[in-house]
Design a protein around this ligand. Structure first.
Ligand SMILES: NC(=O)c1ccc[n+]([C@@H]2O[C@H](COP(=O)([O-])OP(=O)(O)OC[C@H]3O[C@@H](n4cnc5c(N)ncnc54)[C@H](O)[C@@H]3O)[C@@H](O)[C@H]2O)c1
Ligand SMILES: O=C(O)C[C@H](O)C(=O)O
Length: 349
């Protein structure tokens, strides 16, 4: 089966040359991927998209419910990835993680209307901690891709778990913020009447309301939106795009399909970079030197990916006074979210 064609592919890539395929495959090495939380709203379509990625040869699906059924279903798709599902019984989590080179984690509860992502902290922190502990033990060199919210806090939790286990490699831990870039591209291209694939808007900071900082001035089409009310509306829509979906789904959860797409794109980019492809750039939330002096140890910016994961973290670059203000609002909130995760895991190891 050929990879799905999609001109949207390039809109996800924050700096690299546009491509017209969802999954580009330019290397011969292939990868074993584990999805933890594979039966959920994100997990199922994400697993299907990963099964359709020609660079994935082994797909291990873990969930506390339904994973063998999801794997049996997806396993009938005639692409190379050998797909197996594991439940919590019989050491299923460790079996799913054996040999994994990428571990993608969408496990955890989603928001309902009126909730913030931080309201998910109490439930999702322990889910992510426990999955990270298993990964640190079974596949300590794997690349960890964290989707579970609140991403601003769950990524630092994973880092602390890996540090405690003595296996932390900051180059291999990623908070998936690709959906913010996807939304920004979609919304701006709608205004600028441009092709989404050619409308690339880096989003920096974190992944929640004011911590999402879209850099419209760095998009070719950014000048279509002048400073003022119109600009503010667009920024607000990008920052609160998640709320738009939560509201539209009327208590049935949050973004799942667009998130699955975004995570599949990020996974494919990372695999291509690990396999040696050059100039693979994505915005992602990583252990970053950029604002550590302001108490922000994790920050999303453009990152060149490479064989070891993070190859180069790019600074935010030239931004407008409006974007400076957004960044000023982002940093203290992000610092608070990061500290919350670190403190919680130190009290709940
Ligand atoms: N990073 C992003 O941009 C982004 C976007 C959308 C959603 N999310 C987040 O992703 C998470 C999942 O969202 P969803 O809509 O798929 O939720 P969901 O409830 O549909 O699915 C979550 C899945 O996780 C499983 N699960 C729960 N505990 C587990 C454990 N200990 N081990 C393995 N699996 C476990 C559940 O059984 C379920 O199948 C939420 O926290 C949501 O906020 C993040
Ligand atoms: O909004 C949410 O809670 C889910 C996700 O973080 C999103 O941005 O869609």
């Amino acid at each position: 089966m050929l990879a799905a064609r999609s001109a949207l592919r390039a809109s996800m890539r924050s700096g690299a040359a546009p491509s017209s395929r969802l999954f580009s495959s330019s290397a011969i090495n292939n990868k074993a991927v584990a999805v933890l939380g594979a039966s959920g709203g994100i997990g199922q379509p994400l697993s299907l998209l990963l099964k359709n990625d020609p660079l994935v040869t082994k797909l291990s699906l873990f969930d506390i419910r339904l994973a063998p059924g999801v794997a049996a279903d997806i396993g009938h798709v005639n692409t190379p990835a050998v797909t197996t599902g594991y439940g919590a019984e019989d050491n299923g989590l460790e079996k799913a993680l054996e040999g994994a080179e990428l571990v993608v984690i969408p496990a955890g509860v989603p928001r309902k209307p009126g909730m913030t992502r931080d309201d998910l902290f109490n439930t999702n922190a322990s889910i992510v901690r426990d999955l990270a502990k298993a990964a640190a033990k079974v596949c300590p060199k794997a690349h960890l891709l964290i989707i579970s919210n609140p991403v601003n806090s769950t990524v630092p939790i994973v880092a602390e778990v890996f540090k405690k286990a003595g296996v932390y490699d900051p180059k291999r831990l990623f908070g998936v913020t690709t959906l913010d870039v996807t939304r920004a591209s979609t919304f701006l291209s709608g205004i600028a009447s441009s092709h989404p694939a050619e409308t690339i808007v880096p989003c920096v900071g974190g992944h929640s309301g004011p911590t999402i900082v879209p850099l419209l001035s760095q998009a070719k089409q950014g000048s279509a939106v002048k400073a003022g009310e119109f600009y503010e509306k667009l920024v607000h829509r990008i920052q609160y795009g998640g709320d738009e979906v939560v509201k539209a789904k009327v208590s049935a959860g949050s973004a799942t399909l667009s998130m699955a797409y975004a995570a599949a794109v990020f996974s494919n980019s990372l695999i291509r970079a690990i396999n040696g492809e050059g100039n693979v750039v994505e915005c992602t939330y990583v252990d970053s030197p950029l604002y550590k002096d302001q108490g922000v140890d994790f920050f999303s910016s453009k990152v060149t990916l490479g064989p070891e994961g993070v190859k180069e973290i790019h600074p935010v670059g030239q931004i407008t006074p409006e974007e400076e203000k957004l960044l000023e609002a982002c940093l203290p909130e992000l610092s608070k979210n990061i500290k919350k995760g670190v403190q919680w895991v130190s009290e709940n190891p």
